[in-house]
Design a protein around this ligand. Sequence first.
Ligand SMILES: Cc1ncc(COP(=O)(O)O)c(C=O)c1O
Length: 398
Amino acid sequence: MKAERTINLQDITALEERCQLATYKKMPIVAERGEGVWIYASDGERYLDLYGGHAVAGTGHCHPHVVKAIKDQTDKLLFYSNLVFSEARARAAHKLVSIGPPALTKAFFCNSGTEANENAMRMARLTTGRENVITFAGGFHGRTADAISATFLGKYREIGKPNVPGHLKAEFGNIDSVRALADGSVAAIMLEPIQSMAGVRTAPPGFYRHLRELCDEQGIILIYDEVQTGIGRTGEWFFAGSKAGAEVVPDIITLAKSLGSGIPVGACLVTEQISAQIKENDLGTTFGGGMIAMAAVTATLEAIENDGLLANVRTVESYLRERLREVEQVVALHGKGFLLGLEFAEQARPVHERLLRQRVITGTSSATNVLRLLPPLCLTEAEVDLFIESLTTALNHD
Ligand SMILES: Cc1ncc(COP(=O)(O)O)c(C=O)c1O
């Protein structure tokens, strides 16, 4: 039987606006349930979700294998911290390490992307005894003090003031700009290997190879922030080790977003050499490694394997690229897999809004003419056809 609504739709919106602090500019949708790439709103409409709630819904909304694993875990134990061992945590750590590059042998669990990046930078500082961190113009790394200070994009460092000292800015894709900064004071170089928020910017494979060489020469820790690119989004488990990245493997990969299919969880994957230097109480978090999150991680990775979602991303990406060639207003297509930026000659926000009116959810970026797609990895060719139809209508408006 359908549950009776106790509060009407206008009241939900009004109540949230009255009682919640402003965060993002909200879409006029009251999300009620989700299935695969679809979000069902309380007014009965359904939306094709090509954004996944900030790239979180990698396995699609409410993947049955993930939902079951979470439900089963809730019957056993909601939470106990890292003071005890746990089968759920052991399985998640083993599974995550087993899909990662072989050189990264240990996982550290936390609760979000910003926290994963803070801990990665801390590990680099602790193990090198140095303080400076090089990051890149256009990179986004989170909103806590150290991560926002590492974010040379738009207003973020400004709203994060006072900034943590020791953050140096290089130009993405320009190895000379990194060389000019990389001396014996630098603990880490950290980058989004594909800069998502900046408008889905990529670099040539040689850039990653040169970064690796530079880090090896100077004893610098290389950190890939794969909060967006990780867990299958590019059609590989990670950008690290991929052909597009010259098969370069960093010393630390940071993860969050789709890692738990919507249950908050972040992680760092770390080399044996670094983990050997981390001592008890150097790192810690109450909730990191909690049982519900760990059950969600294992089930997420299993669902991606069981459903062949990495291969699906590669196949459907090719189809989407082919179909987008028919859309003349798309002047360039950036990115890889299901992290794509559609560049227009015009502004992207009005396109995003017209798509929304046709019940298609997409994302904008800080490049105002780039529309971002971060769909669930289970997107099909038939759903791509629906998107192309809506996009064509949205672009050919009067
Ligand atoms: C590349 C990247 N790193 C870090 C973060 C921060 O993650 P969180 O919002 O989970 O703290 C984000 C969030 O958008 C991100 O896109």
